[in-house]
Design a protein around this ligand. Sequence first.
Ligand SMILES: [Zn+2]
Length: 49
Amino acid sequence: MTLAHFLEGLRCASCGTPNALWLDLTRALVECRECGQTALNVTDEGRSL
Ligand SMILES: [Zn+2]
């Protein structure tokens, strides 16, 4: 079973590297393999806009 999932077509908001983001399903966050930046997954619950 694969718990990490690469997100094609997305660009890191921190370092700007395309196709470097992967989804960590065990922690429900997105991490950049280039700069290590992590971001919580966007969910309907978490949206405040
Ligand atoms: Zn990055």
